[in-house]
Design a protein around this ligand. Structure first.
Ligand code: HEC
Length: 428
């Protein structure tokens, strides 16, 4: 065993970056796998990296951004959890790019080129069965503060629909900080005062405020944030949009220095078969924290007891500009297992971390989250270190939410899963 380990370490060392890397032989494959997902037309990367001519002028910036690990954006501590959407580069890949740039970024022989990766334009999911969403562009004026906009989208579905894949596509990604798409149950009274398709700002008084933001107990279909992938579940897994339900889009627009507008659409691919597992988005969080002025290392914790067995699929930590670090732990009896550690949280990159191997959760386990905030003047994003900061939807207020998706038996609804109701047709 020891021999084997030493041997593997030695080969890893020997197989380090190629001596004279060229674009076509060595660098382009990295661009395809780790960069083009964002750096191509229609996606969030500001410049395309699809051809040598497009990449060449950026060579120095590329070396800097990969050496500092600014690019590709990825914030999970290595060694804690394995994630299928981990785009980070290995030390060897960084060395390859660096020595290629230092050698004057040679193109190399086009004949050694690996087949180009094919990217579909428009949707990143297969052709949607239904496209719903905004019908009119929303104007986003330069340098302005914009309230969360809620847009009710009637689906017109007269039967239950199981959604196997979902993608939200803004037309101007530079101004969409996030879009949360809720499934409003036909019986829910939430935002009934809003006219369909017309962007709406709820009148926030007292406790109504929290309900507006949180979706009033309704299920989340999908959250779009820059850099995240569409939701694509396994063929036997889906989220349910019940007959007669509406979608509600919560749009958080952040203006830039330019006047612009956005029209976000949602593509849905329905399950081809009745799913065995239902996907639900769950939250462990804390809404009662009070961050003292100037405090550089304030920790808010929250926990959720798992009421029923479930399969844990992914994590989506959410804080605002004072967010500094975030972690998820799994508590089983007195055992504590770290699931995800984000040591350098970045408000501009709200990433979703998909477990490479889903984790089986048993009833009685707990998911615990710790959100760390920096309210000191040393935090360059801090709008006011003298403020005492509490829960709130605006960026100068804070949130400490650890979202995660679970797959449960398809016969459960949210309530029955949480209330531990026995399932019909199954003896437990
Ligand atoms: C998840 C999407 C995403 C991925 C993946 C990604 N980028 Fe970027 N990249 C962006 C965005 C958005 C910006 C502009 C905002 C910023 O600089 O943070 C950017 C900016 C850059 C810049 C300009 C940085 C600067 O300092 O001006 C470089 C260079 C770059 N990316 C290189 C890369 C390389 C090389 C890869 C792959 C190894 C990569 N990016 C992967 C989204 C991405």
């Amino acid at each position: 065993m020891r021999f084997l380990l030493t041997f593997t370490a030695a080969t890893a060392f020997l197989s380090a970056a190629p001596a004279k890397p060229t674009y076509y032989a060595d660098v382009e494959p990295i661009m395809m796998e780790n960069c083009q997902g964002c750096h191509r037309a229609g996606e969030i990367g500001p410049m395309p990296f699809m051809t040598y001519d497009q990449v060449r002028p950026w060579a120095k910036a590329i070396k800097n951004s990969v050496s500092s690990r600014k690019m590709p954006p990825w914030f999970a501590e290595a060694g804690v959890g394995h994630f299928s959407n981990d785009r980070s580069l290995t030390a060897e890949q960084i060395a390859t790019i660096s020595s290629w740039v230092d050698a004057g970024s040679p193109a190399g022989d086009m004949k050694t080129r690996k087949p180009a990766k094919t990217w579909v334009e428009g949707w990143n999911i297969p052709k949607p069965d239904a496209v719903v969403g905004m019908t009119k562009p929303f104007p986003v004026p330069a340098n302005s503060k914009i309230d969360y906009q809620y847009i009710v989208i009637p689906t017109g579905f007269t039967e239950d629909k199981w959604v196997n894949m979902v993608e939200a596509r803004p037309t101007d990604r530079s101004v969409v900080h996030h879009a949360v798409i809720f499934i409003r149950d036909p019986k829910s009274k939430w935002l009934r005062e809003a006219e369909p398709y017309v962007p709406f700002v709820p009148d926030r008084k007292g406790s109504a405020r929290r309900i507006d933001v949180g979706g009033g107990g309704n299920e989340i279909l999908h959250t779009y944030t820059p850099g995240n992938l569409p939701d694509v579940w396994k063929p036997n897994q889906a989220k349910l949009i019940p007959a007669g339900a509406d979608l509600v889009m919560q749009m958080h627009y952040t203006s830039t220095k330019k006047d612009t507008e956005d029209l976000t659409k949602i593509g849905l691919v329905f399950a081809k078969q009745a799913p065995e597992q239902r996907i639900m988005t769950i939250i462990a969080g804390n809404e009662t924290f009070v961050i003292p002025p100037g405090e550089a290392n304030y920790k808010a914790t929250g926990a959720l007891g798992i009421p029923n067995d479930a399969t844990l699929l992914n994590f989506f930590p959410h804080m605002h500009v004072r967010g500094k670090a975030f972690e998820y732990n799994l508590i089983t009896g007195d055992k504590r297992e770290p699931l995800l550690k984000v040591n350098k949280y970045d408000f501009n990159w709200q990433l979703n971390y998909h477990l490479a191997k889903p984790i089986e959760l048993k009833q009685g386990m707990r998911i615990e989250i710790t959100a760390t905030f920096d309210n000191s003047p040393n935090n360059p994003y801090n709008p006011d270190p003298k403020a005492e900061v509490r829960w709130g939807e605006q960026s100068w207020e804070e949130m400490a939410y650890g979202f995660f998706d679970v797959a449960v038996d398809a016969r459960h609804d949210r309530r029955s899963w949480i209330m531990r109701k026995p399932l019909a047709g199954k003896t437990e």
